[in-house]
Design a protein around this ligand. Structure first.
Ligand SMILES: [Zn+2]
Length: 345
């Protein structure tokens, strides 16, 4: 084997290994939260799987403390109907109740399902509801066939295709009337394109899904559909829609936080977009095996795709590059084996 070839191969392997700095592993993901236990005394276990906190008499945080990502869904009740925001992580133990069955324990009003986004850990019991209300985006509208919308594995990061009956499609900014209580829905792409948040202006509550939550392994901007420039634009939009007294309710970890956390996220996204951010490369427990780029500021971690932004990373060009690199690696390996077998002279 030629020495230069050996050196290139070795430095490539060592470089990749060096990139795989461990930052977020399941054991330290949970921080102050004890996995399996409610996040505070206000959140009470109601059976073997769910813990529920009444944020007020018409707003319920339904937490899954034993799920791997400590998910929280929300039941938001008015005088004539209710909204279920997300439909469970899909990790509940066999025989446990669905998210709909839990919601029906807290309201007798008709329940409309809205998904914060389509990732697998927010949609599991979606089909048990009468239908789903979707945000009006061109790609969603064109995907609805005969009143059925199908979430693809590419969107859910799961293996399954999930077909959901569509109750309605509503535009960005729409006011949802629940009877003596209104919610505004806003489409805030960044984590994913279809991400929505709900705002109850009179109670000053913001239900933010995965757009922003506190702790639990950091903000994910490495998914297909993640977009850093859009993330920054929409974090600023969310800042303008809220104020320092807003109660933010996220979908993971200790669900409640204040606007200062969003301000920190907005500042860090600003640095990323302006090219002023410094990164490390680190493993992430949700997607091990690749050195993700991570921007850290205090307790905030923002994970994004290695080397290039998500739009390029998940494009067909990157797929092509991966195929070429894999083929080249296979060729080099085959040459190595061949050279190793040559008898010494
Ligand atoms: Zn997500």
């Amino acid at each position: 084997m030629r020495p230069w070839l050996f050196i290139i191969l070795m430095s490539g392997c060592l470089g990749l290994t060096g990139c795989l700095e461990r930052i977020v592993e399941p054991v330290d993901v949970f921080g102050n939260v004890q996995q399996g236990e409610p996040y505070s005394s206000a959140s009470k276990m109601i059976d073997d799987w769910y813990a529920v906190e009444a944020i007020d008499e018409q707003t319920f945080a339904i937490n899954e403390p034993k799920s791997s990502q400590y998910n929280t869904s929300y039941l938001i009740v008015g005088e004539t109907r209710a909204i279920m925001f997300d439909a469970g992580s899909g990790e509940r133990i066999p025989g446990s109740r669905s998210m709909r069955e839990i919601a029906e324990q807290y309201t007798d009003k008709p329940i409309t399902l809205i998904l914060s986004h389509f990732h697998y850990d927010h949609i599991h019991d979606a089909a048990t509801f009468d239908g789903v209300t979707l945000i009006d985006r061109p790609e969603i509208r064109t995907s609805v066939k005969s009143g059925v919308f199908t979430i693809s594995p590419w969107e859910s990061l799961d293996m399954e295709w999930r077909s959901l009956k569509v109750a309605s499609i509503i535009p960005d900014g729409e006011v949802i009337d629940l009877g003596n209580r209104t919610l505004n829905i806003f489409n805030l792409p960044g984590h994913t394109t279809e991400s929505v948040i709900l705002l109850d202006k009179s109670r000053n509550q913001a239900f933010t899904g995965d757009f922003v939550y506190r702790h639990l392994g950091g903000i994910i901007a490495f998914a297909p559909g993640s977009d850093l420039v859009t993330y920054k634009a929409n974090s600023t939009r969310l800042l303008q829609l809220t104020n320092s007294d807003t109660l933010f309710l996220g979908a993971h970890g200790i669900p409640q936080f204040a606007q200062d956390w969003l301000i920190l996220l907005d500042n860090e996204l600003d640095k990323i977009v302006r090219g002023d951010a410094e990164y490390r490369y680190a493993a992430h427990y949700l997607a091990p095996g690749l050195p993700w780029r991570v921007r850290q500021s205090g307790e905030l971690y923002i994970y994004t795709t290695p080397l290039v932004d998500p739009s390029l990373f998940w494009s067909k060009w990157m797929l092509l590059a991966l195929v070429i690199v894999s083929l080249l690696s296979l060729y080099l390996l085959q040459r190595l084996v061949y050279l190793a077998r040559l008898p010494e002279k």
